[in-house]
Design a protein around this ligand. Structure first.
Ligand SMILES: [Zn+2]
Length: 181
């Protein structure tokens, strides 16, 4: 019945990773082959191992940079905020209607349904119950900034710059929260 599930091993401790449990993986060839960490692209990590890993800030930072670059040519995801700690992009169209928050020191894709953005700003764990310790810590640092700049989901959608993707400017959503068509 079905396909055998390939055994996952943590790239740091070498022990088994539960394929159904939470674990971290940075997918894609986002580092050049000459980089000492390139072999860890697409590798799996226990969250606890990843958190303690001294190379994590650089590894995660390069991963987030690759996402920033890739999204520039993605017709669905728009950059709305970037600084030295976090990258926020949004897909305001159905059926997605989500913001993606990536901490540069972590790299994971924290998805926030736009209708729950304000609730998420107040209490991220209520909207994203599986947040890891390093995600919670990183969010605690950037939430004051995000609350000030994007107090509601309309502010997120309105931050879309139609000039970001030439030829798609006409499709910009206005202050509808992205939920009407
Ligand atoms: Zn491990």
């Amino acid at each position: 019945m079905g396909w055998p599930i390939p055994e996952l091993r943590c790239a740091i401790c070498g022990r088994q990773v539960d394929p159904f449990g939470p674990y971290f993986r940075a997918s894609g060839a986002f580092l050049p082959a000459s980089d000492a960490l390139a072999k860890l692209c697409n590798a799996s990590f226990h969250w606890a191992c990843y958190e303690r890993w001294p190379h994590r800030p650089r590894f995660a930072g390069r991963y987030v940079e690759a996402w920033i670059k890739a999204n520039r040519s993605n017709p669905f995801w728009w950059a709305v905020y970037v600084d030295e700690r976090v990258y926020v992009s949004v897909n305001p169209e159905r059926p997605i209607e989500e913001a993606s928050v990536r901490l540069r020191a972590v790299g994971s894709d924290i998805r926030v349904p736009l209708p729950r953005w304000t609730e998420w700003l107040a209490a991220p764990e209520r909207v994203c119950p599986g947040l890891q310790a390093i995600e919670r810590a990183g969010l605690a640092e950037v939430l004051p900034t995000l609350r000030a700049r994007f107090p509601d989901d309309h502010a997120v959608v309105n931050a879309v710059d139609p000039g970001e993707k030439p030829g798609r400017g006409a499709t910009k959503r206005t202050a509808s929260g992205g939920r009407s068509r």
